[in-house]
Design a protein around this ligand. Structure first.
Ligand SMILES: [Zn+2]
Length: 112
């Protein structure tokens, strides 16, 4: 279903994706996790760290594939990891991971 919506809006979709690319946006998922979020836009499309256009509200859940407000850049790898989970799910995972990282850091400092 998603692919039909995308091809019906093919031109608008291409423009929206080109805009993300032109802006050189970082990966929003890596940003949430506090990781290195830069995307190398020159990587081939099948590379795990290459750019993909992600819909914050998935098209299958009624999100727009062409509205810039619903689109964000991700690494291919991160987009596959997210699948069609919600933004809230990603942010909760990120908060938990960052909390764990902080806890680990303070634990290791205790033994220095
Ligand atoms: Zn990423």
């Amino acid at each position: 279903m998603g692919s039909q919506v995308r091809s019906r809006n093919g031109n608008a979709r291409r423009k929206a994706v080109a805009r993300l690319r032109a802006e050189g946006r970082p990966c929003w998922i890596c940003e949430a996790f506090g990781r290195q979020s830069a995307i190398d836009y020159s990587l081939p499309a099948r590379h795990p760290m290459s750019f993909e256009c992600d819909e914050l509200i998935p098209v299958s859940c009624g999100g727009s594939p062409t509205d810039p407000a619903n689109l964000a850049a991700t690494h291919r790898r991160c987009n596959e990891w997210r699948s069609n989970h919600s933004v809230e799910w990603v942010l909760a995972r990120a908060a938990a991971a960052r909390g764990a990282a902080t806890a680990r850091a303070s634990t290791s400092r205790r033994w220095l």
